[in-house]
Design a binder for this molecule. Structure first.
Ligand SMILES: *Cc1c(COP(=O)(O)O)cnc(C)c1O
Length: 394
């Protein structure tokens, strides 16, 4: 009797349809007969097994495609289980032993690790160069360079890459250009529109925007590249959970509003920080004192984004005092949350570097990176301002 409840029940039908995308956690899909299943595999239509694709991933991919202006005829973007798995799928799908990959020298920490340790272990050569200088990137190319990986805005020093120069270089040399657009977001820059071959995102960050889903996204307009990346995603099992996709879609709906609010807050906070006596330096791309100000204006349409960095006078004691004196601003090594978060690169992302190597990047013990959220900027300026005054007298 009771075991009969495991038999499949028909899904209740209704002439009305749900307004919200349904969450579909099913791992497997049943087909009417072997002919139908055969046809599904032959045409790659519909769903058979969730690792190969599921509706929540597809709906999310289609929405990010709109933000990145991906041509729907190209097959569209692919959602992966994390930002790192999006980068992993690109590497695993497109590289082979003997290839060389050139990376920007301030990539996300785990991307740097992939470049310095994991790719070389697989027989793939790597090197790094300064992406704010296209001539330095060109000088680092090798005859076997197959791919360039760059981020538009760097972590944590907020430098703006010479994307026009790098895109032209990659095109002229027939090298695949992969752009990690996480920091910059599609609101400020569209790599595919600008001529890159592949765009990747950590959807975990500002796109999903609530620090409750870990996901990635990768898109290309080239069907052959897309097929190879998708095969790597499915074969290596880098694919996403339906629930995470469902949450991220919900978050994505307010992306443009959150971005606008966070950017406005970041602009105001950057200007306020620059006036504070405890602050030695502020790094925000649209401020006139930023080294890449002109490029931020021309490349990003004057959009400074939601990320900024600042340096306190003093050292670790002042840094410790700052986070303790600002209990409402999460001190957490991530970005893109709905609320402002602070990170301290010398004790997190850049703790593996020597103090000299950090100094070469301009990262002092008083260096903080802020991912500005949607709070009232006045409140944020007051809280952080108070904490900086406390830190200065520590
Ligand atoms: C966070 C991040 C990643 C990695 O994304 P996960 O979703 O954490 O795997 C990659 N690139 C950048 C620029 C990031 O900020």
């Amino acid at each position: 009797m009771t075991s009969s409840i495991v038999r499949r029940t028909a899904w209740p039908t209704s002439v009305s349809a749900p307004v919200v995308t349904p969450l579909q956690p099913s791992v497997v899909y049943s087909s009417p007969d072997p002919d139908a299943l055969d046809a599904q595999y032959a045409d790659a239509t519909g769903y058979t097994y969730a690792r190969e694709g599921h509706p929540n991933a597809q709906v999310l991919a289609q929405k990010i495609d709109l933000l990145e202006q991906v041509d729907p005829g190209s097959g569209g973007g692919i959602v992966t289980g994390s930002g790192m798995s999006a980068i992993g799928a690109v590497f695993l799908g497109l590289l082979k032993a003997g290839d060389h990959v050139l990376g920007g020298d301030q990539l996300y920490g785990r991307s740097l690790r992939l470049m310095s340790q994991d790719l070389p272990r697989m027989g793939i050569e790597t090197s790094l160069a300064d992406p704010t200088d296209a001539a330095a990137m060109e000088a680092a190319l090798r005859p076997n360079t197959r791919m360039i990986l760059v981020e538009v805005v760097s972590n944590p020093t907020i430098r703006v890459a010479d994307m026009e120069g790098i895109t032209a270089l990659a095109k002229a040399r027939g090298i695949l250009l992969v752009v990690d657009n996480t920091f910059t977001t599609p609101a400020a820059y569209n790599p595919l529109v600008a001529g890159a071959d592949i765009v990747v995102h950590s959807v975990t960050k500002l796109l999903a925007g609530h620090s409750d889903a870990t996901l990635g996204y990768v898109a290309t307009q080239d069907p052959d590249l897309r097929r190879a990346i998708n095969d790597a995603n499915v074969t290596w099992g880098l694919t996403p959970s339906p629930f995470d996709c469902w949450l991220a879609e919900r978050g994505l709906h307010s992306f443009h509003l959150r971005y606008r609010a966070a950017q406005e807050g970041a602009t105001k906070l950057a200007d306020a920080l620059a006036q504070m006596p405890g602050v030695a330096r502020v790094l925000y791309p649209t401020r006139p004192d930023h080294p890449d100000h002109n490029r931020a204006v021309s490349l990003l349409g004057g959009q400074g984004g939601h990320m900024l960095s600042f340096m306190l006078h003093g050292g670790r004691a002042q840094a410790n005092a700052l986070t303790r004196a600002a209990p409402n601003i999460a001190f957490a090594p991530t970005l893109g949350d709905i609320g402002t978060t602070l990170s301290h690169p010398p004790s997190s992302s850049h703790r593996g570097l020597t103090p000299e190597a950090r100094a070469a990047l301009g990262i002092t013990e008083g260096f903080f990176r802020a991912s500005v959220g949607v709070e009232d900027p006045a409140l944020l300026i007051e809280e952080l301002g108070t904490a900086i005054r406390v830190a200065s007298s520590a």
